[in-house]
Ligand binder design. Structure first.
Ligand code: URA
Length: 178
């Protein structure tokens, strides 16, 4: 796995960075959850999903009995976008070699929300038709199962989205014996 060095200047997100946010959890897990981008808490602490979105993700994992330490968690970009805007295509492209190295050789990748789904699947349509479908994406010449699902923040006021996210997590727990 390769990671940007702490002085990385491959894109303009470096300007507002306090810390790079690198993957956490079981770095050898067969399953990787890919979020969008670090927020303020993540930038401060240098770890993914440690703020509000992380609490919602933790709750969904707890609901289905999947321990967070059994999966690897990362983001499309490793630096916080200004005002938490969506990462731009060019920023995701600049960071993509690191993401590819994180995903290489895994059994399943969970795309949490639109940015991850756009970056990894090239899909820009509505979420409904693709959530919890089994897609295959190519990472370093290898076909890997990709399951699009809702971002934890999309679950705050939407019970149906929360249920779909739980369904995704329950599915990978079962399929990969996590
Ligand atoms: N939202 C994300 O997509 N990733 C994080 O790490 C935190 C919030």
């Amino acid at each position: 796995m390769i990671s940007p060095d702490k002085d990385c200047r491959l894109c303009a997100l470096c300007e507002g960075r306090t810390n790079l946010v690198l993957p956490s959890g079981d770095l050898d897990s067969p399953v990787v959850l890919v979020g969008e981008a670090p927020g303020e808490n993540e930038d401060q602490q240098g770890a993914p999903f440690v703020g509000r979105a992380g609490q919602i993700l933790n709750q969904a994992m707890e609901d289905v009995g999947l321990e967070r330490s059994r999966v690897m968690i990362t983001n499309t970009v490793k630096c916080r976008p200004p005002n938490n805007r969506d990462p731009e295509q060019s920023e995701m492209a600049a960071c993509r070699k690191y993401l590819d190295s994180e995903l290489s050789g895994r059994k399943a990748i969970i795309g949490l929300g639109k940015s991850a789904i756009r970056d990894l699947m090239g899909y820009e349509g509505p979420m409904g038709p693709v959530v919890n479908t089994r897609q295959y994406i190519e990472i370093n010449g290898e076909r890997i199962l990709f399951i699009p699902t809702y971002h934890p923040m999309a679950c705050v006021y939407r019970k149906a989205a929360r249920e779909e996210l739980r369904r995704t997590l329950a599915m990978v727990k079962e399929e990969f014996g996590l």
